[in-house]
Design a protein around this ligand. Structure first.
Ligand SMILES: Cc1ncc(COP(=O)(O)O)c(C=O)c1O
Length: 399
């Protein structure tokens, strides 16, 4: 065992609750540590590695684009980024794309866009979010992130933010009518807020309310997007068409890339100079984005992931019946699933730890919810391997 954990501790600021794993490489749905031990990865870099690790087409794209250019700035036309924007628009709705490097930056971009839009409206200002939302950790995004563990006492920009309980339409309508906010921003499945899928009927009614009150309807698909829930974007499980969609995480095939897709009607809200960044869109990340979308949409990975998700969900439902004393419910969509436990946080940590020892990586959110974010390329055999291990570990943990 090397001293990488200690070196990490000595050299990096202490902001992450890290697992003591030193990763050497990844292969498909597995990560391999420095001692050659294999781990089945159901965290996928927090919902990034939708295609698993080292996918041959991703590696090939890295080589091909790497040999051309890595960075050129926004002073010139960046072909991979144009292609990617065209595809994103084609797969969503007519509009335009603005690129960022990360999810939080996509949120910052939407805050600025909403502010621009506010100026075109009379007496509308502010943004409505869901309680337990997560939209990022930069100062603007932080103001929209409603989690006690994340929301900290930093100075934040001065714009009104209102929060409502998910699924409480009455509360939403009251705020839209009385406070006159400019926009609603929602995650279709609240991710770190507890893997809570919003019901399609709620999303549709919320969108209709936005229409009635003249409020921008913005979907944070940073975690749910790029095939994670079984459609390219989770809003596509419903009948709504948002004004703005935020994306990041999976799009860059493992490299940083994010952005917003803005409906045609709002495409001119940003004028030259209103927003920008040096790095985004990275030509390399964009080229990877094109490969990611090709694999998902043209080569059947999205459909395969949907099928795999059903097997996983059926298996989890069986485990829920068998461990009704420990599992409250299974929820989520596609490859974004939460096992809501009835256990104490320390028992849930123990489950995570025992799974890790046996070569299985799962995440925990809201202390008692086991979050599963498998890659879409996971095999049936790997799913059954996980289900067996999980069953074994659930049997061992007694409060
Ligand atoms: C729904 C959602 N929005 C925004 C973010 C922030 O993205 P990033 O970590 O890339 O800044 C995340 C990250 O987990 C997220 O899940």
């Amino acid at each position: 065992m090397s001293d990488w954990n200690e070196r990490n501790h000595q050299a990096l600021m202490n902001t992450y609750g890290r697992l003591p794993l030193v990763i050497e490489r990844g292969e498909g749905a597995e990560l391999i540590d420095e001692d050659g031990k294999r781990y089945l990865d159901f965290i996928t870099g927090l919902a990034v590695n939708i295609l698993g690790h080292s996918h041959p087409d991703i590696v090939q794209t890295l080589r091909d684009q790497g040999e051309k250019f890595l960075h050129i700035s926004n002073l010139y036309v960046n072909k991979p980024a144009v292609e990617l924007a065209e595809r994103l628009i084609q797969e969503t709705f007519p509009g335009r794309v603005f690129y960022t490097n990360s999810g939080a930056e996509a949120t910052e971009a939407v805050v600025k866009l909403i502010h621009k839009w506010t100026k075109t409206q009379e007496q509308r200002d502010g943004i409505v979010v869901m309680k337990k939302s997560f939209h990022g950790r930069t100062l603007g995004a932080l103001k929209l992130t409603r989690q006690p563990g994340v929301y900290q006492d930093f100075p934040v920009s001065d714009f009104p933010v209102y929060d409502v309980e998910p699924h409480d339409l009455e509360a939403l309508e009251t705020i839209l009518r009385e406070e006159k906010p400019a926009a609603l921003l929602m995650e279709p499945v609240l991710g770190s807020g507890g893997v809570l899928p919003l019901e399609a009927s709620y999303i549709e009614k919320a969108a209709a309310l936005c229409e009635t009150y003249g409020v921008l309807f913005c979907m944070d698909e940073i975690q749910t997007g790029i095939g994670r829930t079984g459609e390219l974007f989770a809003y596509q499980h419903t009948a709504v068409q948002p004004d703005v969609v935020l994306f990041a995480k999976g799009i860059g095939g493992g490299l940083p890339l994010g952005g917003i897709i803005v409906k045609e009607a709002h495409k001119d809200l940003f004028k030259p100079g209103d927003h920008g960044t040096t790095f985004a869109p990275s030509p390399l990340s964009s080229a990877l984005g094109n490969t990611v979308l090709k694999l998902l949409l043209d080569d059947g990975v999205l459909a395969a992931g949907k099928r795999a998700s059903k097997i996983l969900l059926d298996g989890l439902d069986d485990l829920k019946k068998e461990h009704a004393d420990k599992i409250e419910s299974i929820r989520g969509l596609g490859m974004m699933l939460g096992v809501v436990t009835k256990l104490e946080p320390k028992s849930v940590k123990l489950i995570q730890h025992k799974l890790l020892e046996r070569g299985m990586l799962v995440d925990v959110t809201q202390q008692t919810i086991i979050r599963l974010l498998p890659p879409l390329i996971v095999s049936d055999e790997q799913i059954h391997y996980f289900l067996n291990l999980f069953n074994e570990v659930l049997q061992e943990v007694n409060e």
